[in-house]
Design a protein around this ligand. Sequence first.
Ligand code: SAH
Ligand code: SF4
Length: 344
Amino acid sequence: MPDEVRDIKSLDLNDIESGLADLGEPRFRTRQLVRWLYGRGVAGFDEMTDLPQALRSSLAERYRLGRPVLVTREVSADGTRKYLWRLSDGTTVESVGIPAGDRLTVCYSTQAGCAMGCTFCATGRSGLTRSLLPGEMVDQVLGVATDMRSRVSNAVAMGQGEPFANYDSTLAALRFMNSPDGMGIGARHLTVSTCGLLPGIRRFSTEPEQFTLAVSLHSAVQTTRDAIMPGVRRYPLHQLREVLAAYGTDTGRRPTLEYALAAGTNDSDAELRALVDFCRGLLCHVNLIPMNPVEGSRTARPEDARVRSFAAALASAGIECSIRAERGADINAACGQLRQRHPA
Ligand code: SAH
Ligand code: SF4
């Protein structure tokens, strides 16, 4: 008997391969197992009908295999759905399914809660509960696909948590989502959003896959950014800019800079000038997000006209930009509104 039973959802691709090699299995078993875990999303080893019975039993002795349990599902007037899942240890996390034409984007969590403490974000308010396992991220995306009876075209790590504070597990999850044996989502359609943890961005630029990077900028004025994003004070803006420039040179890919506009905080002309200076000469795309309301925070979005004039000013400075369409706000599923919930 093995000394300890491990959660199979904690394994990355190499762990699965070496675990099967330890059992004396041929290499093609890895692909079979990944197909059952992350292509089909089965709930038990017994369902893995193309694996020999003896192998299914040894796997069941060595590994725990569970799936998140759906606690609540809310459906927005625009078709967006928000899910609350309970993981095997009772921790809860949220994900969002966003349909648009024949596309389905799933926004999943990489941690339960978040330690970064951004003042405008509901997730940041309750602190970090724990980081998620790779399989706990993939399972959210699989769960939404099953519920919405649709293939997932895009998955974004923009739910609860800071993905680069849980780097290895996030990468392992991306690889299962990308794998043709797993969910088969194209690498460019897999986006990771970070608040700006520079070691993570540097590492991400060296990964062989063409995953997409988004960075939460929210202000190009150091004092403003320090005030609203206290968790990244140790990575000043000039360093962030250098790392982003290197990312563009090394990968040839254009990162998105997310900028949530809040009236009186980061929407002044001085902030706009700083943003233009930051972006000039940098391979990037600015995504303006009218700030979403968060309980207990007094931050409010500017008038629509101000959002549009911000976008127009960026465009006339030659900076590529877009305004993010709001989805699911009526069920608190929009950006920054996911929080830790502890249903009674
Ligand atoms: N921790 C990562 C990813 C999760 S947050 C990050 O911060 O990038 C996903 C996006 O929602 C980020 O750009 C985040 O800054 C933004 N966001 C947070 N609170 C928001 C709010 N109240 N309104 C609009 N966007 C918000
Ligand atoms: Fe964490 Fe991102 Fe929210 Fe900041 S915006 S608290 S980094 S989830």
